[in-house]
Design a protein around this ligand. Structure first.
Ligand code: BGC
Length: 739
C-alpha cells in the first residue's frame, strides 16, 4: 500500500478503531473462550473488541493464527490485519545457544544464520514479529537476564545485534521466511542496582551515551522495525514515560522511525513507579513519550478516548502512533496477504529439519568456551581410559535456557541418549558409564517459573545417588562432571546473590574429587558463575552455557575433539560475587592497583584480587596460537586518514583451530578519565597446524570519539595505545598519535 493510501485509511478510521491498534492483547484473551477469562473482563474488553485490537503475543500455530486473522478480518471495520508477536530469542522450535553463548562464539555470521532459521520456523507457524535482539549491556552476573544479552562489550553487542536483525528481517520483510525484529529494552535495562531485576538504574549521562546507547543505535541503523521500552527508571525517570529518552534520543538523535512498544505491563507500572496517579495518567505520559503499543494493560484501551475528549492529549498524537503501526503492517506485507507465510505444510517441513538441527549443533559447538585444560586432558581419546559422566545434566533435556518458550524436551536428546545414539552410528566407539550423582537443587528447594513452580526432578535417595557416582568415579580413569545452574536460575526475574553451583552439586564435585583426580567439569549456565572451586577440583573446565536442542551432540563434539573449542567469554567471570559489577573496560582510578601488597592505600579489596577469574575475551583451544607484536601502518592518525594495525597469527599446535583476534584501544590522556581498554574489533580465523595469517584492523578517528568534558561526542588529539591479542588481558601493544 502506498503512503497516501495508508493516510487515507487512517483518516477514515474511527477513534475507537485507532485506539484498538495501540492495544496488544495478552495471549489468554485469544483462546476460543476469550470472554470467559478473567483478564478479558479486567481489561474491560468485549469479545468483538478483541478482534479489533492491533496485536497479540505468544499465540502461535499456522492454523490457529489464520483462524484468528479470519475473525479479525470479519470484525475490524477496515479489515486491518492483526500483528502476531512473540519472544523468539534463541530459536523457535529448533533451539540454538542462548544469546550470551552466541556472544561467546564471536561469530556474527553464525548468529545471522541462526536468526534466519528462527524467522523461517516461526513465520511459517504464523508469527510476524520477534522481541529480539536484546542489546542491553551487562556487567553484573547476578542479573538473570545476562543470558539474553551478548555481554559487556558495546562493540560486540552492536555487531551481534546487527547480524541478528539481518537474519530476522532479511533484505525486505516481505521476503519469504523473514519477520520483524524488535530491539530491547530501551534503555539500560542491563544495569539494575545490585543485579536485581526491574530495579533502579542510575547512570551518568556520559556513561549512558558512550557505553549503553550505541548498541541500540546500531540496531536502529541496521533498520530494526520495532523498539521496546525498558521497565526501569534511568536517573529517576521510568523509560516508558521518558520523553527525553524516547523523543530526543531515540527518535530525533538516533532517527528511529519504527514502532515503539512498551514492555509487558510497563505502562500500568508507571503507577507503581509513582510517577502517575492512575492508569489514565500513565497512558498520557506514555503517549506523550511516543510509546505506540501498550503491551498487555488496559491503560490505552480504557483511557485514550477520555484523554482526547478532555483535551489532555491531541488526536494528532494518537494518529502518529497509529500511522507507525499501520506502516509496520504494510512493511510486513499484511495488507496484501494477512496470513503472510503461515503455512502448516511448510512449517512441518522446516521445523526441526535436519538442516536446522545441524545449524543448531554447529552454533552450540562454536559457543562453548574451554576455560582450563591442564595436561591436555581434553579432548577425550583412548588415552582417557575408562570415562564416567557424572552429574544432574547426564539426563537433563532442558538444555535450551529460560527464554525458549517452544523448546520441547521431546525434541532434545540428553547427554546419555546422545552417547547411545553415537555408539549406534559409530561416532563413538567406547561407551562411558553414567550416574546423576545429585539432584539439581537442595532437598525441597523450589524454583519459581512464570505461572508456578518449575518441575525439576528430585530423587529422594540422595545418599544412594552419591554412592553410585563415587563407585563409578573410583573405577574410572577420567570423570566428566556435568554440572550447572538450572535454566530457571537465570532469565527474567532470575537474579541471584550466590552465583556458585547449587549446593548439592558442589558437594558432589567435592566428593568425586577425593576419589579421582582426572576431572573434566562441564558447566551449564546462563551467566558467569563463581567457578573458583570448580577450577580447583578440575583439570579441565568447559563452559557450555545453555546450548540448545542439539546441545548434547555439540558437547560430545567438543569433548571428543571433533570440534576444537573456540569460544571466548563475552562477560568477565568474577572470582566471587563481591567483585560485581565487573567489566574489562574499567576506569584507571586515582589509585590503580600496582600489585604492591605492602601499600594499603590502593583501590582494591583486602580479601580478593582486582583481577577476574577469566577476563572478557578469554578462552582456550586444543591448539596454540602465536600472535606477533603489533605493527602499525603509520604512527600518526588524522581525521581524514586511517591506520592499519596488523599481527601475524600462527597455529603452533598440532590440530586445526580457530582464534578470535581482538582489538582494543586506550586513550592515554583525555579531558575525562577514559577506560583502561576499549574493545573495538575482532576477527575469528581458522588455521591449520603451522598455518599463518595476517590479521588487519583499520583504525579511524571516529572510533576514538567519546563524550568529552564539553559534552560533545568527539575525539581529542593525543596519544593512544593499540592492543591486539586473544583476550582483554593482552599487553601486546603499539602506540600512535591522533593529530
Ligand atoms: C520481557 C520482554 C518480553 C516481554 C514479552 C517481558 O516480561 O521483559 O523482554 O519481550 O515480556 O514476553
Amino acid at each position: 500500500m502506498t503512503k497516501e493510501k495508508l493516510l487515507e485509511l487512517l483518516k477514515d478510521m474511527s477513534l475507537e478503531e485507532k485506539i484498538g491498534q495501540l492495544v496488544q492483547l495478552p495471549p489468554e484473551l485469544m483462546g476460543d473462550d476469550a470472554m470467559a477469562t478473567g483478564p478479558a473482563q479486567s481489561m474491560g474488553i468485549t469479545y468483538e473488541q478483541i478482534y479489533e485490537c492491533g496485536s497479540t503475543l505468544t499465540v502461535t500455530g499456522a492454523e490457529k493464527l489464520k483462524k484468528i486473522q479470519d475473525k479479525v478480518l470479519s470484525t475490524q471495520p477496515h479489515k486491518i490485519p492483526m500483528l502476531f508477536m512473540a519472544d523468539i530469542i534463541n530459536g523457535y522450535r529448533t533451539i540454538y545457544p542462548i544469546p550470551l553463548a552466541q556472544g561467546a562464539s564471536f561469530d556474527t555470521k553464525l548468529s545471522e544464520e541462526c536468526a534466519r532459521m528462527a524467522a523461517k520456523e516461526s513465520s511459517y507457524d504464523g508469527l510476524h514479529v520477534t522481541f529480539s535482539p536484546m542489546a542491553d549491556l551487562v556487567k553484573d552476573s547476578r542479573w538473570g537476564r545476562v543470558m539474553e544479552s551478548t555481554g559487556e562489550s558495546v562493540f560486540l553487542n552492536s555487531e551481534m545485534g546487527k547480524a541478528m536483525i539481518v537474519g530476522y528481517q532479511g533484505k525486505d520483510m516481505t521476503e519469504e521466511g523473514s519477520m520483524a525484529a524488535c530491539v530491547k529494552h530501551f534503555a539500560a535495562y542491563g544495569a539494575p542496582m545490585g543485579g536485581r531485576d526491574y530495579n533502579t538504574v542510575e547512570l551518568d549521562e556520559r556513561t549512558l551515551k558512550d557505553e549503553y546507547l550505541p548498541a541500540y543505535e546500531a540496531a536502529i541503523k541496521a533498520g530494526v522495525a520495532l523498539t521496546m521500552t525498558s521497565f526501569n527508571t534511568i536517573n529517576r525517570v521510568p523509560s516508558t514515560a521518558n520523553k527525553w529518552l524516547m523523543r530526543d534520543i531515540l527518535r530525533d538523535k538516533m532517527g528511529f522511525k519504527g514502532v515503539l512498544i512498551s514492555d509487558w505491563g510497563a505502562i500500568g507500572e508507571l503507577v507503581n513507579h509513582a510517577v502517575a496517579a492512575d492508569k489514565k495518567e500513565a497512558a498520557r505520559l506514555a503517549l506523550e513519550a511516543g510509546v505506540d503499543i501498550d503491551m498487555c494493560t488496559e491503560s490505552y484501551f480504557a483511557n485514550t478516548k477520555a484523554l482526547i475528549d478532555e483535551g489532555l492529549i491531541s488526536e494528532e498524537l494518537l494518529d502518529e502512533c497509529v500511522l507507525r503501526i499501520l506502516e509496520l503492517k504494510n512493511d510486513l506485507g499484511l495488507f496484501e496477504n494477512p496470513y503472510r507465510f503461515a503455512d502448516e505444510a511448510k512449517a512441518k517441513e522446516c521445523i526441526l529439519s535436519k538442516e536446522n538441527r545441524a545449524l543448531a549443533r554447529k552454533a552450540a559447538g562454536q559457543s562453548m568456551v574451554l576455560l582450563e585444560n591442564h595436561k591436555s586432558i581434553l579432548p577425550l581419546s583412548e588415552k582417557s581410559g575408562k570415562v564416567a559422566f557424572i552429574g544432574p545434566y547426564v539426563d537433563c533435556k532442558h538444555l535450551y535456557g529460560f527464554w525458549s518458550l517452544w523448546g520441547r524436551d521431546e525434541d532434545t536428546a540428553s547427554v546419555r541418549e546422545t552417547v547411545d545414539e553415537f555408539i549406534k552410528t559409530g561416532e563413538l566407539s567406547e561407551k562411558p558409564s553414567f550416574a546423576q550423582g545429585s539432584n539439581f537443587l537442595k532437598k525441597g528447594e523450589k524454583l519459581v517459573q512464570f505461572g508456578g513452580y518449575a518441575d525439576i526432578p528430585e530423587n529422594e535417595d540422595e545418599e544412594g545417588m552419591l554412592n553410585e557416582a563415587l563407585n563409578l568415579a573410583k573405577e574410572a580413569d577420567t570423570v566428566v562432571m556435568l554440572l550447572g545452574e538450572h535454566a530457571f536460575h537465570s532469565g527474567e526475574a532470575g537474579s541471584r546473590t550466590d552465583i556458585r553451583l547449587p549446593k548439592p552439586q558442589r558437594k558432589l564435585l567435592d566428593e568425586v574429587s577425593k576419589v579421582n583426580k582426572n576431572i573434566v567439569t562441564v558447566v551449564f549456565s546462563g551467566r558467569p558463575l563463581d567457578l573458583r572451586d570448580v577450577k580447583k577440583r578440575s583439570k579441565a573446565v568447559l563452559e557450555a552455557w545453555f546450548p540448545g536442542t542439539e546441545g548434547a551432540a555439540a558437547l560430545l563434539d567438543v569433548l571428543y575433539g571433533k570440534v576444537n573449542p573456540s569460544g571466548k567469554v563475552p562477560m568477565t567471570f568474577p572470582r566471587n560475587v563481591g567483585q560485581l559489577p565487573m567489566c574489562y573496560n574499567e576506569l584507571p582510578t586515582g589509585r590503580p592497583n600496582n600489585g604492591d601488597d605492602t601499600n594499603r592505600a590502593m583501590s582494591r579489596y583486602l580479601d580478593v584480587a582486582n583481577t577476574p577469574l577469566y577476563p572478557f575475551g578469554y578462552g582456550l583451544s586444543y591448539t596454540k596460537f602465536d600472535i606477533s607484536p603489533v605493527t602499525l601502518s603509520s604512527d600518526t592518525l588524522t581525521k581524514d586518514t586511517s591506520i592499519t594495525a596488523s599481527v601475524k597469527v600462527t597455529n603452533v599446535g598440532k590440530v586445526t583451530g580457530s582464534e578470535v583476534v581482538q582489538l582494543y584501544i586506550r586513550d592515554k590522556v583525555a579531558s575525562v578519565s577514559r577506560p583502561v581498554k576499549e574493545h573495538k574489533g575482532f576477527e575469528k580465523i581458522c588455521l591449520k597446524p603451522g598455518e599463518e595469517k595476517t590479521v588487519e584492523f583499520v583504525i579511524t578517528e571516529d572510533m576514538l570519539r567519546f563524550t568529552t568534558i564539553n559534552n560533545v561526542y568527539e575525539s581529542e588529539p593525543g596519544s593512544f595505545d593499540v592492543f591486539v591479542g586473544n583476550s582483554s588481558a593482552t599487553d601486546n601493544k603499539a602506540e600512535f598519535i591522533l593529530k
